[in-house]
Structure formats: C-alpha cells, structure tokens
Design a binder for this molecule. Sequence first.
Ligand code: SF4
Ligand code: SF4
Length: 330
Amino acid sequence: MQTISEVRLELPHDEMQIKFRPDESIVFASSSGHCNLDCSYCVASPVVKLQPSLSYEDLMFMAQRIGGKVFFIFSGRGDFFAGYRKSDRLLQRLLEHEHIAVALDVNGVVIHCFPELSDEQLKRVRHVNLTFHYQQLKSHKALQVWRDNALRMLHRHDNPDFFVNFILSPGEAPIWREALQWYQTEVHAHYPKALILINDVLAGFSAEQEALLQALTQDFAPILHSVRRGNFESVLKSFDHVSCAAGRTYFRVWNNGDIDACPNVSELRLIGNAKSRQFALRADDFVCADVRHCDCYHIASAGRMTFYKRSASDAGPPHPSRTIAIHPAR
Ligand code: SF4
Ligand code: SF4
C-alpha cells in the first residue's frame, strides 16, 4: 500500500532571496522585449531586440484582474528600462498605486525615471539586481554612463535587498581582473557597495579559471560580498510531488502579453494574454511532480507550495513527516 505524507521544508538562509509577503500575488514579468547590450552569456539567446513590450495598461489589467496587492518581478528577456521610452514613466506610474510593489533586474545602462521616484514609491522597489556587464559596457562605450547610474541608484536606494552583481562567464575570464579593478576604482571608491560574483550557470570552469577565481577573491576581498554558485535546476529535487499555487497567486507574463500559470507545465501555459485582455485565474492548486525550475524555487520561498512524499508500506501508520534542506538559488 502506498502512503502520502507531507514533507516539511526548511529553506536555508539565502541573502539574495526575494522577500515575498503573504498577502500579495506574485507576477514574474518579462516585460521588456528589448536589451541594449548583447552579453555572450545571455540566457535569452539570441538577445531580444525591438520585440513588443508590456505597457502600463497591460500590467494594470493583470493587477486589477488578480486583485489585492501585486508584486511584479521584472526580469528576463531584455532589460526592464530598455523596452520603454523615458516619457512612458512606466515605473513611476506603476508605483503611484499603493497596492503595487516591484523587484527590478536591470543592467544600469538606462534608468529613466528611477531618480525621480518619491520616497514612498522607492519603499515599494523592494528588491534590485543591478548587473555589471563589464565587457559589454566597455565595447558599447557605456562604462561611464553605467558608473553614474549605479552611483545614482545606490545613493538613492541602497539597502540590504539591493545587489550589484558581476557574472563570472568562463568566456570572459581574461577580463575578470580588469573588470574588478575598474569597479574598485570607479565605483567602490565612491560608494562602498560590495560586488556579488555569480557564476554563469550555463558553463563550467576549467582548473585554470577556478585558480583565477581563487586569486581574485583574495586580491579583491575588500570589494567583494560573496561568490554565488547557484544552479536552480538542481534545487527542490527531493520530493515526489507538490501542491503549487501557480495560476492562483503566482503568474508569469511575457513581453508579448502571454500569461502562464507556469511556463514549465504544458497544461498551465497560456491561461491568458494581457494584451488581448484575457486572463482566467485557476481556482485550485496544481499537483505537480516536476519540481526543478526557478519558478518552483520562487513559489516555495514565498511559502506557496506544500511538499509530499509517497512511500510504500504494507500497512500501518503513514510515513512520518521529515525535513529536507534545500540549497538556495537565483
Ligand atoms: S543585459 Fe541581461 S538581458 Fe541584456 S544581453 Fe546582457 S544578460 Fe541579456
Ligand atoms: S511545482 Fe514548479 S513546475 Fe510545477 S507547477 Fe509549480 S512552478 Fe510549475
């Protein structure tokens, strides 16, 4: 006979984990169909250029249909600010609504209305990932612009949930040292924000690159916060199945308007389109056995997932609950 028991989960401390609030719905938004850089390690390959972007009206349609507090995480498929004109004032207009909060994942080349946000609006910019794409900034002659924008953002809104990141891509190992030296002189000397080094999840390091990383973490220790070796595909593998809030209080919306409850499960894709103003929320949690994606990590860390384990036994009491620790990921 098979028994199913709930597994209690303890997420270890993860400094970069987005802090969700229990009374808000989460919308992971690939809002912009454009990026002004062309990073070799971009996960949106080829890098999106001049594709449709979500408008203020598209995002507000979603927020109104979901109801209550909505937390938009702007990440993926292009840079949030690169897909809009400054005159759109997209961020400013969204944050005029007290029930809307945002997380921003940006490359810092343009920051549009960020400096003009009020203190009240800035409080609802709850998480920032500002990435330092040194090689691309250098080849686009945008290093000084990035420096000025980074300092402006830090002076205005530095806090424990504001992260400045550098991607350790093996293909760019020859300029890792030069990049850290530039950051030390041009940014850290003016505002002491330590960098987080993040390994490129798509490529492993050679022994030589591992040795270089070791040397750099020693030589640049004063300007480094931590080295992060995330691999979200290996997270959350220890369970048979879960009950997941995708489609009820968690959604993904893409720059063309398509809304998925979860992009990883075919039957949960395309539950609406923000541009055609169609959107049907799910009434129930979804029982899922494919728990290995970054969406799963977000939903688990938001406390919107219940974990179960099947066990075979002849009879008698159910399999006792047990606690499994998982490793953090981005
Ligand atoms: S800035 Fe981000 S979205 Fe743009 S090319 Fe680089 S990695 Fe891709
Ligand atoms: S558990 Fe993960 S893959 Fe399954 S529906 Fe939820 S988010 Fe999607």
